[in-house]
Design a protein around this ligand. Structure first.
Ligand code: HEC
Ligand SMILES: [Cu+2]
Length: 347
């Protein structure tokens, strides 16, 4: 099925200008729309075909013209035709849809990661440099952006119609979505999962900036501390380094380089350490003991906010060697005078 580019542009322009259809502002949007229009097209063809046949037959075989019913014993050719053609159409939609799905849900490896925390009733975004935003998301155009999202309470769903992206935001688990914005401007963010009385107010705006403007924006709205630096402070103030000091004599394993590695567990299985695993290892340490260690790590369930966990995860991700941990050990002593612990859940 091939739609001519001219017809295609006309269709998109007309739909966009008549405000029936969101703008196409991400690299994936034209692909999502192509599948959508294909579905629309075969639906219309089917509708017209069936409608015309019903109408035609009811005129042709009406009682005055055809008083005695004709018995049709069946036609293998006809039955095969109306089985094979729809089957082929469904399979095309299936394969097309599956390919698109993989493309939408597998972020490219060079994607820039931004965290999004959903809660009743707002979206909070955290940039790697430590910039925080509420119901706002600034992104550079022309660069793949991955959103790592989690909910602090109930199920939400993050959707940017102009980018054709949407994904469930679930409590207790990271979910991801990615996009590459193509046009500077502002676009709506919606929550598309009913989540309580003010669900309809859980909206926001994505601002797509040119790379230079984005750089200016990050410099202008920095809090001075990156997520990893916040995490470093938390790591010290929560006493993680008492066990994860990186020394050979420490009671806990060294966490340097653990991100991205394959970890051998006490139950014999192997896991790839990603963001989700790090988060889970902090909250449910007894669920997956690392081989060779005693189950002494306490659970931190209910003691660290989602933002705090994001900070810790980013800190652990940044640990390539033990050098940083050693530094943390020394800073933790000087930190004791000012026990500021951002991200810790207040009782
Ligand atoms: C009482 C000592 C102790 C404290 C305190 C402690 N841990 Fe652990 N931690 C361990 C031990 C022992 C293991 C290995 C056994 C296991 O998986 O539970 C571990 C495992 C982990 C792992 C899994 C990765 C790996 O290499 O095994 C992570 C991530 C982790 N700890 C992070 C933290 C963070 C973050 C804190 C502070 C919020 C913390 N730990 C506090 C002892 C501790
Ligand atoms: Cu919501």
């Amino acid at each position: 099925m091939h739609i001519s580019p001219v017809l295609w542009q006309f269709l998109v322009k007309w739909l966009t200008n008549s405000a029936l259809f969101p703008r196409e502002a991400s690299t994936i949007a034209p692909y999502a729309d192509a599948l959508y229009f294909f579905l629309l097209l075969i639906t219309i063809v089917g509708l017209v075909l069936v409608g015309a046949l019903v109408l035609g037959f009811s005129i042709r075989y009406r009682k005055e013209r055809n008083p005695v019913a004709t018995q049709v014993e069946g036609s293998t050719l006809l039955e095969a035709t109306w089985t094979i053609i729809p089957l082929a159409l469904f399979l095309i939609c299936f394969v097309w849809g599956a390919l698109l799905y993989f493309r939408i849900y597998n972020p490219p490896t060079n994607a820039m990661n931004i965290y999004v925390v959903g809660k009743q009733w707002m979206w909070k975004a955290e940039h790697p440099g430590g910039q925080h935003e509420i119901n706002n998301l600034h992104v550079p155009m022309g660069q793949p952006i991955q959103l790592t999202m989690i909910s602090q309470d109930v199920f939400h769903s993050f959707s940017i119609p102009d980018f054709r992206v949407k994904r469930e935001v679930i409590p207790g688990r990271y979910s991801t979505v990615w996009f590459e914005a193509t046009t500077p401007g502002t676009y709506h963010i919606f929550c598309t999962q009913y989540c309580g009385t003010k669900h309809s107010g859980m909206i926001g705006e994505v601002t797509v900036l040119s790379p230079e403007d984005y750089k200016k924006w990050t410099e202008g709205s920095t809090s001075g501390m990156s997520l990893a630096q916040n995490g470093e402070r938390l790591f010290a103030s929560m006493g993680c380094n008492a066990c994860h000091s990186g020394n050979a004599a420490a009671r806990g394993p060294s966490l340097a380089g653990v991100y991205g590695s394959k970890l051998q567990l006490a139950n014999g299985s192997q896991v790839l350490v990603n963001e989700a695993y790090l988060r889970d290892a902090i909250l449910n340490p007894s669920q997956h003991l690392t081989a060779g260690y005693a189950p002494i790590m306490p659970t931190y369930q209910g003691q660290i906010s989602e933002e705090g966990l994001i900070d810790l995860v980013e800190y652990l991700k940044s640990l390539k060697t033990n050098y940083r941990v050693q530094q943390t050990l020394t800073t933790s002593e000087s930190n004791q005078a000012a026990p500021m612990t951002p991200g810790v859940v207040k009782p």
